[in-house]
Design a protein around this ligand. Sequence first.
Ligand SMILES: [Zn+2]
Length: 220
Amino acid sequence: MGDHILLFIFDNKSEADRVISSEPWSFDKHMVLFQHYNGEVPIRNLVFDKACFWVQLHDIPVKFMNIEVAKKLCDVIGEVCEPLDKADCDGGGFMRIRVSIDVNQPLCRGRVVMRKNGSQFWVAFKYERLPNLCYWCGCLTHSDKDCAIWINSKGRLSNDAKQFGPSLRAPPFFPSQRSVVSVPGIFSSSKANTRKPTEESSPETSTPDMETDGGNEYLM
Ligand SMILES: [Zn+2]
């Protein structure tokens, strides 16, 4: 269709939905963006700026390892794709959340989480099936050599000045290879069944307040 836009026609909607739900896609390691097209607007009016990724959240203290907290942490990087299946979100030693991300914005490397007692911890974000991206500015829309930061430097920048790197890439995730398995005891099961919705945590965007757990003890 011109200007790097291709039109794929499927026999039925479910096939098209399956392809889009399997994002992100890439060709020769470069990002390929998809969206539904109803044929009722000019092709040039389409805006390709979003892609869905599974984002892994590492280094969350065990006390806060749940979907609600993980979703709130991901609020700043894009729109969380609902519904989320609990089994898909449990990475074993980390959480996974599916998020629709604006590819024109730098990828978020993580968040500092403040606690009520003043202490803080860093949650690192890693992205599954990440295609090529710019390690100078963290955007998916161009490579290192095409970045304005690099071009404006006239080649004077060293690689040490890159603010982004391979640490953003999550290793492939296979549910059967989870390194941590959670087995609730009798007390935990009964407590989960009686917990009220108002007892869930409610972190804010900038400094989530997560001191809302019911006081479980954790042994390492
Ligand atoms: Zn760049």
